[in-house]
Design a binder for this molecule. Structure first.
Ligand code: ADP
Ligand code: MG
Ligand code: MG
Length: 921
């Protein structure tokens, strides 16, 4: 059978106003190659790009699939492309009279900064250098280029790609660099540019001799060998250790391969009318629409980034403290600057996004060497998206997609000054539980935190872990640092709810509570009162008091503008979880459309909790219904007040009120004084009281007498809460306000529990209508789905519920059988060994727990097609989980107040990526 090899195009040319490829071909040409083609060949651009050609990523793939051999057709195609470059430049590669020099540049689909290699000035040897000197009339320049080539080639091709392990860890580049530095040092030169031509000549000689000595092989004189050696080195750098490691972290598949660009050299090192630089079409630090960049005179390639000399600002706007005395490009080359300025504007309009560009000026002529979408921080991302939408460069959906949900965090909270952080070493690292930055003096107990704070001290509470009793101290602290616990431990949950900086699970430190001190792994010793600064976004702990930078959202017009677009685009509602009317207000300000979870337990913790807590305890240790009702009657007014205030804040937006949930033993008093007082109030002896307390003990309280089970055992507890909800609602309506309570029964596992509680609701409803003289009270009745069985029985549960709210914290806990308060002990190892892809308490485990949720939604809606469904676990503020909730058709997500904007943006992204028919919110 005759086989015909089909022709594959492995080489794509660009330059001279045309190009074989374009920007859409990143997969084949790599990011750099595709953009070079676009800049060179697109009819609307046709920018001054030095001509060249791209060897495709398919060459790389072929190379690795065929024992590092190139496809047979490659050589001929490459030769033809090189000839085209020679023609365009009027020079010949390897020609002793008028030689062409080229660069070999890597370029993967996604940029992999610093991972891959570049070789410049290829084609120089003892013969061609004479031609370069003749043509340029500048021997110093020629030898500067030559020593650069030899250095780069020895490093990239001969040592790294050659697989040579540097002796004593000191690579050839370093060895050669030290020789250069020595010349500078002995001559008293400050800069590379001070070195004379004769010194460069001597250096070149020395370099070559050193290479033979160190690497055992000479630097190749043959330009073709230099070219293919460099190409091979770039392809092998794809499988270099660093590159593989980087791809693993960034999730870039090995199969993608890299492309290689061969491009005619232009020279920024031809004296003081030449330069090289990098710039952004807008300020990537704050998003301001101002051209921002740096350049170096008489320099080549990486010099700008390498920090050999301080780069100068391209214009006044780009000046900083180090560069403000240097002349701007605008001043010294006004014409070139104007050309560059116009080009960057055109590029931005063309790509419709902020661009990061590289340019070189050769004897007053400007060349464009690279462009790509520029990286930016959260503040800049929001500003750029909003500005570009306003100027009609992009539409609403594009603007919304330009900002990653988690980038909003940077806008919401004060943070440690990033400039100071850059130059400071952290003493410890933990889990980043509450974003933003904070600083304060270390205290080791909640009581100390309260006491110090009352004296006006800023404190950071450092504990092994926290419990509800610490809430007051936590509230009074600037930040919380714990050595144990995971991302949903008590400390993390509470801090996130408040938008408070918090680091948990910081195993790098050991607390010695007896001496009120701790020691970090790095040896740092901290005692009470010492200053610490925390970066809760990254989980970093710093010694001392670091400057904080504050951000005022209300003044951020770009943010407001963007969030308007977000609300237009998204279809899912976003609510907030709230513990207090204050939380509700905070969430409302952040754009919450209701409350997805209102926990009434809050009134039993912290400030003002003495009386209600006492009454609750009284209720708990009551023996008879009579005793219990007495205590409940006392509690009633507190419950009603809390609920009424929250309903009032939300003014008609739905408020999901969860009935009393926690295991009672959590509230049992332990100190003698309190017990004595209780026995007196109840009129029972201490020994009887002690017996009652003992009887409340449970072996497994999290799975014990809690949630709806309390309401079944003691219907009067449900009764009291329902009465409070209905009376609060009616009182508000009578005042002309709006109120929309949703009664939520927690910890249910079947329909009959719901029927049982519903009967109580119905009775109280009738009584309240009669007592208050109204015909109707608006409300919904529903349940939290947090036990796996409840999800499975969703079809029958839905018969007795107007809504479901997935309590995914407990649902995750019970599905995995992982105690969420104790995962700190084993989860890090699980993540390390990749037994789990991520913390399931942070991001919904879609394939497991997510499956249960899907079943719950589907079965619930079989019974009631319009069943209202939401989520109220911590996952409601996690962007990935929000997308999941959108996809399975939830009506809303609910999360901590400070996560509300993030959830809104994530919901908008989901609506764009996965369009669905709008459901009523
Ligand atoms: P990276 O991907 O690390 O940015 P590049 O391929 O962009 O590597 O090369 C680094 C630098 O080398 C460029 O910014 C540019 O200054 C210089 N360079 C690359 N090719 C050429 C060329 N043909 N002419 C002049 N300078 C070049
Ligand atoms: Mg570059
Ligand atoms: Mg629960």
């Amino acid at each position: 059978m005759a086989t015909k090899t089909k022709t594959v195009k492995y080489v794509y040319s660009f330059g001279g106003g045309k190009a074989d490829g374009n920007e859409s071909m990143k997969n084949l040409l790599g990011g750099k190659g595709a953009n070079l083609a676009e800049m060179a060949g697109h009819p609307k651009l046709r920018l001054p790009v030095p001509p060249g050609y791209t060897l495709t990523t398919e060459v790389c793939t072929h190379y690795y699939q065929n024992k590092k051999k190139y496809p047979a057709q490659l050589a001929a195609q490459a030769e033809k492309a090189l000839a085209a470059v020679e023609k365009e430049m009027g020079k010949k590669f390897g020609d002793p009279i008028n030689p062409l020099l080229v660069s070999v540049r890597s370029g993967a689909r996604k940029s992999m900064p610093g991972m891959m290699e570049t070789v410049l000035d290829i084609g120089l040897n003892e013969k061609t250098i004479e031609g370069v000197i003749q043509q340029s009339g500048d021997a110093r320049f020629a030898y500067d280029a030559y020593r650069r080539l030899i250095m780069m080639y020895a490093d990239v091709v001969m040592e790294k790609a050659g697989g040579i392990e540097p002796k004593g860890g000191k690579g050839i580049r370093k060895v050669l660099d030290e020789k250069l530095e020595k010349v500078k040092h002995t001559k008293g030169y400050q800069f590379d540019t001070d070195i004379t031509v004769d010194e460069l000549k001597a250096l070149v000689k020395d370099f070559k001799a050193t290479i033979i000595k160190v690497l055992g092989k000479p630097f190749p004189e043959d330009p073709q060998e230099q070219l293919w050696g460099s190409i091979g080195a770039v392809f092998s750098s794809w499988m270099g250790k660093r590159a593989i490691e980087y791809r693993r972290i960034e999730n870039i598949p090995d199969e993608w391969g890299t492309a290689v660009n061969v491009q005619a050299m232009v020279f920024g090192n031809m004296g003081d009318t030449s330069a090289t630089g990098v710039a952004f079409t807008r300020n990537p630090g704050n998003g301001e629409n101002k051209f921002y960049g740096e350049y170096l005179l008489n320099a080549q390639g990486e010099d700008v980034v390498a920090g050999i000399r301080t780069p100068a600002p391209v214009n006044d706007y780009s000046k900083n403290d180090q560069s403000k005395h240097l002349p701007t490009l605008q001043e010294i080359m006004p014409k070139v600057y104007k050309e560059l300025f116009d080009i960057q504007k055109r590029l931005e309009v063309h790509y419709k996004d902020m661009q990061d560009i590289e340019f070189t000026i050769e004897k007053g002529t400007l060349y464009m060497l690279q462009c790509r979408v520029g990286k930016r921080n959260g503040v800049a991302a929001v500003r750029i998206a909003s500005d570009m939408y306003n100027s009609k460069l992009i539409d609403a959906k594009t603007a919304v997609k330009r900002v990653a949900p988690n980038q909003l965090v940077e806008l919401l909270l004060p943070m440690l000054d990033p400039e100071v952080q850059k130059v400071t070493k952290a003493i410890a690292k933990g889990l980043p539980a509450g974003p933003g930055g904070a600083k304060g003096r270390v205290v080791f107990s909640s009581n100390d935190a309260v006491e110090w704070a009352s004296r006006g001290e800023k404190v950071i509470l450092v504990r092994e872990e926290t419990s509800p009793e610490d809430v007051d101290g936590m509230h009074k602290s600037q930040a919380i640092l714990t050595t144990k616990g995971g991302m949903t431990s008590h400390a993390a949950l509470v801090a996130r709810g408040w938008g408070k900086c918090c680091i948990v699970g910081c195993t790098d430190i050991e607390i010695h509570s007896e001496t009120k001190s701790f020691k970090a792994n790095d040896g740092t010793y901290i005692k009470e009162g010492d200053w610490l600064s925390l970066d809760g976004t990254k989980g970093l702990v710093y010694l001392g008091s670091m400057a904080l930078v504050d951000i005022d959202l209300d003044k951020n017009l770009a943010y407001k503008n963007l969030m308007k677009l977000v609300d237009k685009v998204k279809v899912m509602g976003v609510r907030t979880n709230a513990e207090t009317p204050g939380d509700a207000m905070q969430g409302f300000k952040f754009g919450a459309e209701g409350i997805g979870l209102f926990r009434t337990e809050h009134m039993f913790y912290g400030e003002g909790s003495d009386e209600p807590l006492f009454l609750l305890r009284k209720m708990i240790v009551s023996k008879t219904e009579k005793e219990r009702r007495e205590a409940l009657n006392g509690l009633f007014k507190y419950v009603k007040k809390d609920i009424k205030e929250t309903l009032e804040v939300m003014n008609g937006h739905p408020v999901t009120i969860r009935l009393l949930d926690p295991p009672l033993h959590e509230f049992v008093p332990h100190d003698k004084e309190k017990l004595k007082q209780l026995s007196k109030e109840l009129g029972i002896s201490m020994s009887i009281l002690n017996r009652r307390v003992l009887a409340l003990h449970e072996n497994n309280p999290m799975l014990g007498h809690r949630g709806v089970r309390l309401g079944v055992s003691y219907p009067e507890i449900t009764e009291m809460q329902i009465r409070a909800i209905f009376e609060a609602t009616v009182e508000l309506i009578k005042k002309g306000k709006k109120a929309m309570p949703e009664i939520m029964i927690p910890v249910t596992c079947g329909k009959h529990e719901l029927s049982h509680q519903r009967a109580i609701v119905n009775t109280v409803y009738k009584e309240t209508c009669e007592k208050m003289g109204v015909k109707k009270i608006p409300y919904l009745y529903g349940t939290m789905i947090e036990i796996p069985r409840a999800a499975l029985k969703a079809n029958s549960m839905a018969e007795e519920a107007d809504f479901f709210s997935f309590g995914t914290n407990d649902l995750t806990q019970m599905s995995f059988g992982f105690s969420r308060d104790d995962i700190g002990g084993f989860l890090p190892k699980y993540l390390d060994l990749k037994l789990l892809p991520s913390d399931p308490f942070q991001t919904i485990d879609q394939s497991g727990v997510g499956e249960l949720i899907k079943i719950g939604v589907e079965r619930g809606r079989i019974t009631k097609p319009n069943l209202k469904i939401g989520i109220c676990g911590e996952h409601g503020g996690d962007p990935e989980s929000v997308v999941f909730c959108h996809r399975i058709g939830m009506n809303y997500v609910s999360c901590s107040p400070f996560r509300v904007p993030i959830a809104r943006l994530a919901a908008a992204h989901a609506a764009i990526d996965f369009p669905r028919k709008e459901l009523k919110k």
